[in-house]
Design a protein around this ligand. Sequence first.
Ligand code: NAP
Length: 308
Amino acid sequence: MRVALYGAGQLTTNVAGILARRPDVDVLGPYGRDRRDEALRSGADVVVIATTSFLADVAPDIRQAVEAGSNVITSAEEAAFPWAVDEALARQLDELARARGVTILGGGINPGFAFDALVVTAMGPAADVSSLRVERIVDCSGFGTAILQRIGFGFTAEEFEAGVKTGAITGHIGFPQSMNVVAGALGLKLDRVDRKITPIFAEREYRVPALTVEAGRTAGFEQHYMGVVDGSPWFEALFTAHLDPVSIGKPPRDEIWIEGTPDLHYAIVPGFNAQSGSSALVANSVRRVAEAPPGWLTVADLPPASPR
Ligand SMILES: NC(=O)c1ccc[n+]([C@@H]2O[C@H](COP(=O)([O-])OP(=O)(O)OC[C@H]3O[C@@H](n4cnc5c(N)ncnc54)[C@H](OP(=O)(O)O)[C@@H]3O)[C@@H](O)[C@H]2O)c1
């Protein structure tokens, strides 16, 4: 199987390392911006696009790879459920993929696993489910500078507030996508998703490879999302991102609470590592995407990712 990697960043570098150890996979790339065509026109069995978080940015790249006959996996968070962002664009690309007989998947660990695929699997032992709560605490000390700044690290209170208002600071992206994937798996429809982001200010200096944050600036943030179904709170998502979560008394972990018959509680301690977890999930999705039926699918449409 030939797998081409577009975007010469952390994710594709790690995915290349994992796939290079698999004798049945030929890895092409990772290719940076200056070698875009080599990746997207390669005609590889699967093209992995790991550049930005936004559907509008990756859509032309997805289109080109699909037109060249490749299946596509993109780590762009908005692509995990593109219909929630731009229904017409998602429909166009879905139709194109069906016409070309290839599959498109948006996925990684979050979205792609922690708040969706894993939650769907975790509901298996429940006869019925009335509501969900998922909490994730992530150590972001290994993230790159561009992503840290875009999601909200290193700002004063005023800068953070203004950045959130203009959209320059996004927090982590993808919770509405995960909620839509889980709702779809249960045959439910979300009325709306309410959201809130709260900065966490450094009480001392934090130094990580990509950023130094002085006391008083943001060393993290908390996001709270609530998905509402039939007028009632249905899916609560809590996400804490910090450069050293242990220092604020919040060691990394992933937890799922399912209210239903019976109630269920899962705890993953320490939580999934954002970088190694995403890379493994993308590498472990290559085969399931190559073997999937055509169209734009979500992780709930596919068998579990596995290191085959
Ligand atoms: N779903 C998930 O769980 C998950 C997991 C990991 C990552 N992600 C997302 O996937 C993306 C890549 O992650 P990463 O950790 O690899 O980031 P990264 O280390 O910052 O690498 C991104 C790479 O893409 C390039 N790039 C950025 N914008 C581009 C554009 N518009 N066109 C072409 N190339 C572009 C960058 O090039 P320059 O250096 O030239 O800008 C860089 O080489 C991020 O948006 C991240 O949020 C999602």
